[in-house]
Design a protein around this ligand. Structure first.
Ligand code: TXA
Ligand code: MG
Length: 341
């Protein structure tokens, strides 16, 4: 693969151009409602391999196939269990990825050698148009360098991948800001592998009990079975060390004010900001976890621009609803360093 290739910038209306690049085996970053994805023709093994090179992604970490219509699922999977169909009927198109047993059409480069495939039907109109022009599924992980925060803005993608990919379709800021909820249907009980905007509570209301994979809430213990290869890799880490502070607002403010220095930063909520003496960046309102989801990755990237900051005290979100998804990303960005006050 060429290093320092010219990355074309595409705009709304250029969806056909984007799909032509994919058709000829290129890779293009595309907006979705969750985060930007780095797309390739999902049935073209050699195009898919370019994604792994551009991101520096381990080749055993499988990709999500994106389809334009729920009906396009049937070619890719052996069967759709009833409960999976209920979720599809309720949440597609939208931020939900479903893992099912794959058919032979799905290339090994997508499934990472597993017998399953992850599929999502996004609601974002731009990527939908590109898939429709291509007439094939698009394989796409998040369009960041491996290990870095997922990109929620055009500028994030440009920062990480300019010169490494064929094109970026600028779709403005992503509506949700955290990646999709991932749920697997290859055991008796459905299992949430990654929480997102579609919450465990919403899912259980429709299909009853589901398992929350232990890797969602903490570090995988050695010897523990890994259900999603992505969970074993370092994720979302800014350059500075992040410590998650589990406490109420009062204790958090007291702690950061006592421990702040030139080189520290508080990653807090809007409500905390006026009481904090040192440097701080807020990532949404304490009372509104959708706002936290929206701002979290951008906040991590802002921290990376502050060279003097080497330690971040992050306020812990609630661990329910969409807050659980924010918590899941935050503890990964900290390498599971948590202090409870
Ligand atoms: O919102 C999203 O899901 C975004 C946008 C671009 O669609 N995509 C995304 O892809 O977040 P990625 O590759 O960054 O994360 C997909 C996760 C990874 O942790 C991967 O290991 C897991 O899903 N995954 C994919 N296929 C799997 C499979 N067959 N079995 C288990 N885990 C799988
Ligand atoms: Mg990712």
């Amino acid at each position: 693969m060429k290093i320092n290739m010219k990355t074309q910038i595409l705009h709304p209306g250029d969806e056909k151009k984007a799909s032509d690049i994919l058709k000829s085996g290129g890779i293009v970053a595309l907006p979705t409602e969750t985060v930007y994805g780095l797309g390739a023709d999902g049935l073209n093994e050699s195009a898919i391999k370019k994604i792994f090179v551009a991101k520096g992604r381990p080749s055993d970490n499988p990709l999500i196939l994106h389809i334009a219509e729920p009906e396009d699922l049937s070619n890719l999977v052996l069967e759709v269990p009833k409960k999976a169909q209920v979720l599809i009927d309720n949440f597609w198109p939208g931020p939900l990825t479903i893992i099912l047993k794959k058919t032979d059409i799905v290339p090994k480069a997508v499934s990472g050698g597993l017998d399953t495939v992850a599929v999502r039907c996004p609601s974002n109109e731009a990527i939908k148009k590109v898939i429709k022009h291509l007439k094939r599924p698009i394989a796409a992980p998040s369009a960041n360098l491996s290990g870095k925060p997922s990109p929620t803005k055009f500028s994030h993608v440009l920062h990480d991948l300019d010169g490494k990919i064929d094109a970026i379709l600028d779709g403005g800021d992503c509506e949700i800001g955290l990646e999709s909820t991932v749920i697997a249907f290859n055991e008796e009980l459905p299992r949430i592998l990654r929480p997102g905007k579609i919450t465990k509570e919403q899912i259980e209301d429709l299909i009853g009990d589901v398992i929350l994979d232990p890797a969602v809430m903490g570090k995988i213990k050695s010897g523990q079975k890994i259900m999603s290869p992505g969970m074993k890799y370092k994720h979302y880490a800014p350059k500075a060390k992040v410590i998650v502070i589990k406490s109420n607002s009062e204790k958090y403010i007291d702690y950061v004010n006592k421990n702040s220095s030139e080189n520290t930063l508080s990653l807090c909520f809007d409500e905390d900001k006026k009481y904090i003496k040192g440097k701080c960046i807020s990532y949404g309102k304490e009372s509104d976890d959708i706002s936290q989801a929206n701002l979290f990755f951008d906040a991590l990237r802002k921290i990376d621009t502050l060279d003097e900051v080497n330690l971040v005290f992050a306020r812990c979100p609630r661990r329910e609803g969409v807050g659980l998804a924010v918590y899941n990303r935050l503890i990964r960005s900290s390498g599971f360093e948590v202090i409870t006050l």
